[in-house]
Design a protein around this ligand. Structure first.
Ligand code: PLP
Length: 303
């Protein structure tokens, strides 16, 4: 799965601390904490017909991640929403848009990891791009192909995934393994050997009509994950969160991945094993259509 350059994004205006700058000129200081130490938190948001799906939940996660990292200043939900509005307006965007929102600890007085060197307040970056759900092209008739990575996800006593931070190296190493294996993405296990998630999405299995996903041990609190679990509850689809091991994935009737970037994408093969009858299954299809109903009707109007 390799994303392609979208010509519509050629002249994007990127919002950096309120300044709208052409993508070729946009940048942050070499003293910025994101450059110096990946000391930043982020969110991926999706815009559907002028509305951002679950904006409040995304901003809550951004704030709680920044709080856990002890940022001294965190912009209010209202201030961030206003910058999102300005960015979408400046780029004349309203549908099939993905926004990467980054909040860094800000610019440092001098190189160094000590947060006391940060006296300038945080840096807020709003990067909006024309981007339909990213797995749409990759899924095709075969579904996504996954392999299991040798890189494990941190448990909470190493680096708690409840902090949605910008140190993505662990995920990038797993993605390199997927690329080398000719797969779309990589399954990542926790340090006990149970399914955590993929390098970029949460994983669900469906067995005998029951929808299951891993507990929140070594994966972030996904907003799409939460939405899918809510849809199961509202539509009498049995669901559970539990420790899942790989043979349970291989023998599942259906497997799908979730995330804001790619919504619900079905998986055709894991570690060379075809999943179910290697076609998109009925439960995944139903959940995809329930999810589409939500995104078509809910969300915070921003343009
Ligand atoms: C590592 C990881 N897993 C899963 C997800 C999917 O979460 P969400 O549904 O909130 O987009 C994300 C999204 O940022 C992520 O970074």
């Amino acid at each position: 799965m390799l994303q392609k350059f979208d010509q519509r994004n050629k002249d994007l205006l990127v919002n950096i601390n309120g300044e709208l700058v052409h993508r070729d000129k946009a940048g942050v200081s070499p003293f910025d904490s994101a450059v110096q130490g990946g000391d930043a938190v982020w969110e991926g948001l999706r815009v559907y017909n002028g509305r951002i799906f679950r904006l409040g939940a995304h901003l809550d996660r951004l704030r709680s991640s920044a709080k856990a990292l002890a940022f001294s200043e965190i912009p209010s939900h209202e201030a961030i929403t206003e910058e999102i509005r300005r960015t979408l307006g400046a780029n004349s965007m309203r549908d099939a848009v993905h926004i990467r929102l980054t909040l860094t600890r800000g610019v440092k007085l001098t190189s160094g990891m000590d947060p006391r060197l940060n006296t300038a307040g945080p840096t807020l970056i709003v990067l909006a791009e024309h981007k339909p759900p990213v797995y749409d092209d990759a899924v095709g008739a075969e579904g996504l192909t996954l392999i299991t990575s040798s890189v494990r996800r941190f448990p909470p006593d190493c680096l708690d995934p409840k902090i949605h931070h910008c140190n993505l190296i662990q995920s990038i190493l797993a993605k390199i393994e997927a690329n080398n294996a000719g797969a779309d993405d990589a399954v990542m296990l926790d340090t006990r050997g149970f399914l955590a998630e993929t390098n970029a999405t949460h994983v669900f299995i469906v067995t005998n009509g029951k929808v299951e996903t891993s507990r929140l041990v070594a994966c972030p609190e996904g907003i799409t994950r939460e939405t899918v679990l809510g849809l199961c509850e509202q539509n009498a689809i049995p669901s559970a969160q539990r420790d899942i091991s790989m043979p349970e994935v291989y023998r599942a009737d259906e497997v799908f991945c979730t995330g804001t970037m790619g919504e619900l994408a079905w998986v055709g093969k894991v570690d060379g094993r075809p999943i179910g009858d290697a076609r998109i299954g009925p439960v995944t299809t139903r959940l995809r259509s329930l999810f589409a109903e939500l995104t078509a009707t809910e969300g915070t109007q921003v343009v």
